[in-house]
Design a protein around this ligand. Structure first.
Ligand code: K1U
Ligand code: ZN
Length: 175
């Protein structure tokens, strides 16, 4: 298993619509394992393949961050088939470090996809689990959570992030 690099906002892969997985082969199983390792190590409660620069429809979720293996979800080609209600709460993103903002999401969803054995999964999720599924499926559509904020808030955040990244680059080039 390996910890992969998580790409950050501004990287073109994060804006692409990811491709469906046609065949769950050894390479996909290996990618999923490495994503779980990367998510736990970050630490995070979700990860989508585009965040490790692979534009395929694969997500991992673990609200227990490695504490309870029964909570681990690995889903191939996930899609939301039902949604209901609303919830607003704070979200973060491993590809947008240091930013936490309130985002409107459905309160309850049903997600359909496949596990790594190719069996169909139907998951009913609410609260934080529904939020994380929505966030990860957004990544597969080339969308970041800040794209769901008001245009003004998004602009302010983008300019703050740009300044912070420039500062980081300067630090890296000195000494
Ligand atoms: O997809 C990602 O960027 C991961 C992201 C998922 C997410 C978090 C909160 C709401 C929606 C989606 C994260 O995991 S950010 C880190 C985080 O929330 C966390 C990390 C360690 C323990 C508990 C939470
Ligand atoms: Zn994210």
């Amino acid at each position: 298993m390996a910890v992969l690099e998580i790409i950050k906002i501004g990287h073109p892969t994060l804006s692409l619509k990811a491709k469906p997985i046609e065949n769950i082969n050894q390479e996909i199983v290996e990618l999923a394992r490495n994503m779980v390792e990367t998510m736990h190590q970050a630490p995070g409660i979700g990860l989508a393949a585009p965040q490790v620069n692979v534009s395929l429809r694969l997500i991992t979720i673990d609200l227990s961050v490695g504490e309870n293996k029964d909570e681990l979800i690995v889903m191939v080609n996930p899609e939301i088939v039902e949604e209901e209600g609303e919830q607003v709460s704070e979200e973060g993103c491993l590809s947008v470090p240091g930013i936490y903002e309130k985002v409107l999401r459905p309160a309850r969803i049903t997600v359909r996809g496949y596990n790594l054995d190719g069996q169909e999964l139907l998951v009913e999720a609410e609260d934080l689990l529904a939020r994380v599924f929505c966030h990860e499926i957004d990544h597969l559509e080339g969308k970041l959570f800040i794209d769901r904020l008001s245009p003004l808030k998004r602009r302010l955040l983008k300019s703050r992030l740009k300044k912070e990244m420039e500062k980081e680059m300067e630090k890296g080039s000195v000494g």
